[in-house]
Write a protein of this length. Structure first.
Length: 275
């Protein structure tokens, strides 16, 4: 028989639900369904921005127990948008506890245990939700989805390429305008578009994204305006190539097709259902 840390015979109840989410890489997120943080057994559970936790749908007639957590995501936030898109939260283990805020000692037994199954993401509205299925569904967890584009970033652990093997060093030639500079001192300048989507780093540590590279004029264009006060002619510059995450680029530009994290020959859902 399970033991929950709440006395239902008390005249005044102050219940709260606490959620522990453990990702497959060991990262743990502790959520308090409350306005302030709650500490139990030296573990702090904190409110999650934009969080809404549904009631738990318990199993009847063999149906799988389930629940849902809605939340806000942002780049660099508690739940990072990039990690969310790259599947870091897929298959994460979830435990839900109920406690009495007026008398907190231990968590007690979990009210619900399951795993994150489908994840719905609204990139425009910065809202997402975890659909969480009971323990019986864990063996059916899908960790990644099929898609033609690569699911990881250039020079990441899954990509396995080393940035220092592809960098080009030179100096700032001239600052044409806030979006354009020329580059000098490249020992073997690559072909047009090589740096497109890549990154430049100045000797002073200023980073910028590259939108276009032209070999004939040794010209770089940037996505965002440069802070020209941070640049000086003759300053050292390190340039890294970009990747459009297609299978063809992975094969021909980087000779790394074996580590490609996509399914570039997958024709979509229509090919599966025969439409």
């Amino acid at each position: 028989m399970r033991s929950f840390n709440i006395d239902l015979t008390s005249k005044a109840l102050t219940p709260a639900r606490l959620v522990t989410i453990t990702r497959m890489d060991g990262t743990i997120l502790r959520i308090a369904e409350a306005e302030t943080a709650i500490t139990v057994s030296a573990q702090a559970y904190t409110p999650l921005p934009g969080c809404e936790i549904s009631a738990i749908k318990h199993a009847i007639n063999g149906e799988m127990p389930s629940m849902q957590i809605n939340f806000a995501h942002s780049v660099g936030g508690v739940i990072d948008t990039t990690e969310l898109n790259e599947g870091f939260w897929d298959g994460a283990a979830v435990q839900v506890y109920v406690i009495d805020r007026s008398s907190i000692s231990t968590l007690g037994d979990a009210l619900f245990t399951g795993s994150v199954q489908p994840i719905d993401i609204d990139p425009i509205g910065s809202i997402a939700s975890f659909d969480i299925r009971g323990v019986g569904a864990q063996s059916e967890s899908f960790i990644q989805t099929y898609q033609p584009m690569c699911r990881t970033d250039l020079f990441s652990s899954l990509c396995q390429l080393v940035a220092s093997s592809f960098d080009h060093t030179g100096t700032v030639g001239t600052i044409v305008d806030r979006f354009t500079i020329t580059v000098a001192g490249l020992s073997s300048p690559p072909a047009d578009d090589w740096f497109n989507g890549g990154v430049g780093v100045s000797a002073s540590g200023f980073n910028f994204e590259i939108s276009a590279w032209t070999l004939s004029t040794l010209t770089l264009k940037t996505n965002l305006p440069l802070c020209v006060s941070r640049f000086t002619a003759g300053e050292g510059l390190t340039l890294y190539p970009g990747c459009d995450k297609t299978g063809a680029t992975c094969r021909t530009k980087f000779n790394n097709k074996i580590n490609f994290q996509g399914e570039d020959h997958f024709l979509g859902i229509n090919s599966i259902v025969g439409i």
